[in-house]
Design a protein around this ligand. Structure first.
Ligand code: SF4
Length: 458
């Protein structure tokens, strides 16, 4: 029977994750490792003795959001121990350690030793325990943190699987290599073992994640061969996270085209549609290569959905470069766009170029106007792509139940090519079995929210 003091339950752990799919995959692993040590995972409002905040530092806004989340958690859980981990902790540990109520600050690799710092470890110094290994230590270290325990998480049908970490690309605006080190891959046998555990835990879809997953290589096994090996896992769906365009080669495209399990969907970060800006960013492709790879996938894989990240306001992006990007995107049959504005991050090549006046920043008002033009274009592109499936059949993995104003029930999920699809069911219909089920749907229309509306066929 666990002790309860001031509403705080001993040996209970909860976590909140900010940022990317990789952070979510790592949080699951960390909680699994703690559960193997006897901690009981609970929800964030269950009075856990230990609360983990997994931070993000990809932009200035992400850092601010992390600080706000930390303070909110501390206010709501005065008796809990708060551990702040991950990218922001790696980048600026001291700033987080001085937040009143923070007990532990752990960097990119140290976070996997959390059970040590929450156990018998006693810090000589007062205040928060701070453990942040220098990035140079990351470069050649094996990727820490693996657990063969894999708990099904309530209401989740999809699990993130970390296959790679770090990046050796060095894009001028990016701070991730400063936080996560150079590219390293999780050994193949560990990837396959964890994937099998995820399938046994009842998840229906695995999402492959990392920083630069297309750069996967272990003992002669590259990304395309890894995809083929994952076919042996007893699971319905395998989804690829984000792939760098120059790594979406013919081998990867044909591995997906010939697979029944790997979903016909790619997230292909473009960043800019201007060759001059791509060059300035240090990206590994130009617009011609991007379009060639994109169209090769669309032609080879039926119904393939490809989404892209685009960034505007990059220092040196003039009106001509922005127009080039806009016209490039207009001609791209993308399924969706994620639009970002450039954030000049400390410690990056870009921050040095701006400080050295080699590149001029774009005025905020101009950045805002460009971002809203791209957002309007993004909506049209998404509408065009989604509308092309009206009247067609899609296989949908259902994950979310919502009540409608007219009293009927709506179940929502994602198609294989990552379109959001909702189906309505009469209130009386027993539908608990819908969560985690894959059903064929006839698409009948598209809603204001650009969700496809359909009817269950099977
Ligand atoms: S590919 Fe570029 S943007 Fe992406 S993580 Fe690597 S350095 Fe950063």
């Amino acid at each position: 029977m666990s002790l309860v003091t001031n509403g705080i339950k001993e040996n209970r752990v909860a976590a909140i994750t900010l940022g990317c799919k990789l952070n979510y995959a790592e949080t699951s692993t960390i909680i699994d490792m703690l559960a193997e040590e006897g901690w009981l995972p609970v929800d964030i409002d269950d009075g856990a003795e230990l609360i983990i905040v997994h931070t993000c530092a990809v932009t200035g806004q992400a850092e601010q959001k992390s600080r706000q989340q930390i303070r909110k958690i501390i206010r709501k859980n005065p008796g809990s121990r708060i551990a702040v981990i991950g990218c922001y902790a790696q980048l600026d540990p001291e700033r987080l350690a001085v937040i009143d109520g923070v007990s532990i600050v752990l960097g990119t690799i140290d976070k996997f030793d959390i059970s040590f710092y929450t156990g018998e470890y006693k810090s000589e110094k007062s205040g928060a325990i701070v453990r942040v290994s220098p990035v140079r230590d990351l470069h050649n270290t094996a990727i820490p943190g693996s657990s063969m325990l894999c708990r099904p998480e309530k209401g989740r049908t999809r699990a993130f699987l970390k296959i790679q970490d770090g990046c050796s690309y060095g894009c001028s605006y990016c701070t991730i290599p400063n936080i996560r080190g150079r590219s390293r891959s999780v050994p193949l046998d560990l990837v396959l073992a964890r994937a099998a555990r995820i399938a046994e835990a009842g998840y229906r879809e695995i999402v492959l994640t990392g920083v630069n997953i297309g750069d996967y290589r272990d003992a002669g096994v590259n990304f395309a061969s890894l995809l083929k090996r994952l076919e042996e896992i007893e699971i319905s769906r395998i989804r690829i996270g984000s792939v760098e365009p120059d790594l979406l080669d013919d081998e990867v495209i044909s591995a997906v085209a010939s697979s029944k399990k790997i979903m016909p969907h790619f997230h292909l970060p473009l960043q800019s549609g201007s060759d001059a800006v791509l060059k300035s960013m240090g990206r590994h492709y130009d617009t011609a290569t991007y379009r060639k790879r994109f169209m090769r996938a669309v032609e080879a894989i039926s119904g393939c959905g490809i989404g892209a990240d685009v960034m505007t306001g990059y220092p040196g992006e003039g009106e001509r470069e922005f127009d080039e990007m806009y016209r490039f995107l207009e001609a791209l049959p993308a399924a969706y766009l994620h639009v970002f504005t450039c954030s000049v991050r400390p410690g990056t090549a870009l921050s040095r170029q701006v400080a050295g006046r080699e590149l001029r920043t774009v005025p905020h008002a101009e950045v805002a106007s460009r971002a809203s033009k791209l957002a309007a274009l993004a909506r049209n592109m998404e509408l065009n792509f989604a509308s092309s499936f009206v009247g067609k059949r899609l296989r949908v993995l259902f994950e979310e139940r919502t009540g409608r104003a007219d009293g009927t029930i709506s179940w929502g999920g994602y198609s294989e090519n990552y379109l959001r699809v909702d189906v309505g069911l009469d209130a009386g219909v027993i539908s608990d079995g819908m969560r985690g089920a894959v059903h064929e749907v006839l698409v009948e229309g598209i809603g204001e929210d650009l969700h496809l509306q359909g009817r269950l066929l099977s």
